[in-house]
Design a protein around this ligand. Structure first.
Ligand SMILES: [Zn+2]
Length: 219
């Protein structure tokens, strides 16, 4: 069951084509496995089309955006959509061998050691090789150093689960963090966790060793 989804602002930005390549990719990977967000995205796209048809560009005001968001919220609360846990994609565990289809055209590098039980690899997007997208593979009971972000980081859990004190994020879940969040993801003792991440700006680790680690892996 998927409990954490991209917020309305991210879906609107995806529809408007204003997301950076890495962030766009992360939201697309989430959409692939989440029928709830696929339905939200359809609403965003159709409402966006209506707005563009009816209004001159100068009239696309904050009020119009407000109305669009309210319409999406109404959909979220109407109970008309399929429950997230009844769709096949989210009912099945995302095994490490079944990568998202959106990753099929990406170049995925080898796993690099970044600490005991922790590995990362580079994911290169075909159309945007400079986008800072990577995977993290963290062993059972391991934790990332405490860190925050200069801009924003999107995370999609592909396998396993972590808890960063705010909530537990499991396979299929999506998370967005920025400079207002200082967190330390901890992987449960039952199994490893594999996440896909897109970082705009820098990940800022606490402590000199962690900062060196961040520099070495280009985060
Ligand atoms: Zn979703």
């Amino acid at each position: 069951m998927i409990r954490h989804h991209p917020d309305d602002a991210l879906l609107l930005a995806l529809a408007a084509g204003s997301l950076g390549a890495g962030h766009r990719f992360l939201v697309e990977v989430h959409l692939e496995g989440c029928s709830h967000c696929q339905q939200r995205m359809q609403t965003v796209n159709s409402l966006g089309g209506v707005l563009l048809d009816e209004l001159a560009p100068a009239e696309l005001s904050a009020a119009a955006l407000e109305r669009t968001l309210a319409a999406i919220d109404a959909l979220d609360h109407a109970g008309t959509g399929p429950e997230p846990d009844t769709n096949q994609a989210s009912a099945k565990p995302w095994l490490p061998t079944t990568w998202p289809r959106a990753m099929a055209h990406c170049e995925v590098g080898r796993w690099h050691w970044m600490g005991p039980g922790m590995y990362w690899n580079r994911v290169t997007l075909p159309d945007e090789p400079d986008a800072n997208v990577f995977m993290l593979r963290i062993g059972p009971g391991r934790m990332l150093p405490r860190h925050t972000h200069s801009d924003s980081e999107l995370t999609q859990v592909l396998y396993g689960a972590f808890d960063d004190g705010r909530a537990e994020f499991a396979a299929g879940d999506f998370d967005e963090t920025d400079g207002s969040i200082l967190h330390q993801p901890v992987v449960g003792s039952t199994g490893e966790c594999i996440c896909l991440a897109s970082v705009e700006g820098k990940v800022m680790f606490e402590g000199w060793l962690a900062r060196i680690m961040g520099t070495v892996i280009g985060m």
